[in-house]
Ligand binder design. Structure first.
Ligand code: KG4
Ligand code: ZN
Length: 340
């Protein structure tokens, strides 16, 4: 029988408090997620101070529940993994502090995890990883193309110069009266509409792998405001479809260009915006046509948004590579991928 390595994982970088137990980096024994969305909705986005307070209230309950649901106790856990960045400093500190306390009290190794590596490893729940690998990580805070020549080595080859894709979804959704986070609803509307507005595709043809979404966001807001001033009502489904088409065109185009330059055996799509149906369909269609030998893994819908299971999967890899943190581990709000 192969050895069972159980990781107790913590995620609290933004507005979800989550604790999970993951076996051998691939099997989710439990994944408890306490979402705070309802508390932030009336403000139209995450309020950091409110988020930290919720994390403090939830973290102990989530930990107990994660262990209970997995039907394990601390003596069966091999290591404690925790997101220590990037994210909101106050929110991160709650998870980091809880993980440190548990690691210390139960004499367990403490394994630091980068939140974006966590998103990437959500795809590990659908299949084996092979290298070299290219990942498109799209979330509410980040949009980046990451190249991994080998396991556990990350190189950011392109990223957004302004807004993240999810942030743009949330902002244009707000203009159409959609509650935060707006991505899912805009995605649903987009499926019913047509690209009639032809919004700009920023930096699509530029010879780099970077993105920009703030021009698209402004163009969208201008169109809606101008129509509003004229007393015109625009089709929300067409607005959503036009916005989504522009985002998906740019993400797909840059991904293909990156794959031309960085030949990979596998492509991974992950992060909150990876739940987008337009993006998933477009990438699986285009990439299989253009790169027939490329293995394409998309994070399962259930694990696209923030959760601790993905931190447990990434934490397992870090654990195997000997990454350890001391009790002086601090939150790093602007943490980047490092060569390790
Ligand atoms: O990864 P995530 O849960 O949190 C961060 O680490 O930022 O991503 C949340 C983001 C939000 O901006 C949300 O609107 C977006 O993911 N999102 C989507 C969809 N589902 C969630 N965006 C587009 N289409 C979706 N179906
Ligand atoms: Zn995230």
């Amino acid at each position: 029988m192969t050895k069972r390595t159980l990781i107790l994982a913590f995620e609290s970088s933004c507005d979800e408090t989550s604790v999970a137990v993951v076996e051998n980096g691939t099997k989710v024994l439990s994944n408890v997620v306490a979402t705070q969305i309802a508390s932030h909705q009336r403000f139209g986005g995450v309020v950091p101070e409110v988020a930290s307070r919720h994390h403090i209230e939830q973290i102990t309950k989530c930990t107990r529940e994660a262990l209970d649901r997995a039907d394990v106790d601390y003596d069966q856990i091999a290591a404690v993994a925790v997101t220590y960045g990037p994210g909101l400093v106050g929110s991160l500190l709650v998870g980091v502090t809880a993980a440190k306390a548990i690691a210390w009290a139960h004499h367990l190794p403490l394994v630091p995890v980068n939140h974006m590596a966590g998103h990437l490893y959500a795809a590990r729940f659908v299949g084996e990883f092979v290298y070299p690998q290219l990942a498109l990580l799209v979330s509410g805070g980040h949009t980046e193309l990451v190249y991994m020549p080998v396991e556990h080595e990350y190189e950011i080859i392109g990223e957004t110069r302004d807004d993240a894709a999810g942030e743009a979804y949330d902002k244009i959704g707000r203009v159409m009266g959609v509650n935060y986070p707006a991505g899912k609803t805009v995605d649903e509307w987009a499926a019913k509409g047509e690209d009639t507005f032809h919004f700009p595709r920023a930096m699509e043809k530029e010879a780099n792998y970077d993105f920009s979404f703030s021009g698209l966001k402004s163009a969208f807001i201008n169109v809606v405001h101008n129509a509003h001033q004229r007393g015109e009502e625009l089709s929300k489904i067409d607005l959503a479809a036009s916005f989504q088409q522009s985002v998906v065109d740019v993400l797909a185009e840059k991904t293909e260009r990156a794959l031309d330059r960085y030949p990979a055996k596998q492509f991974i799509l992950a992060g909150g915006v990876a739940a987008n149906h337009g993006l998933r369909n477009r990438l699986s269609h285009d990439l299989s046509k253009k790169f027939p030998d490329l293995s394409v893994l998309q994070a399962p819908l259930k694990y696209c948004g923030d959760n601790a299971a993905m931190i447990g999967a990434a934490g397992y890899i870090n654990y195997r590579y000997g990454d350890r943190a001391g009790l002086d581990l601090n939150a790093e709000p602007s943490l980047m991928f490092r060569h390790m």
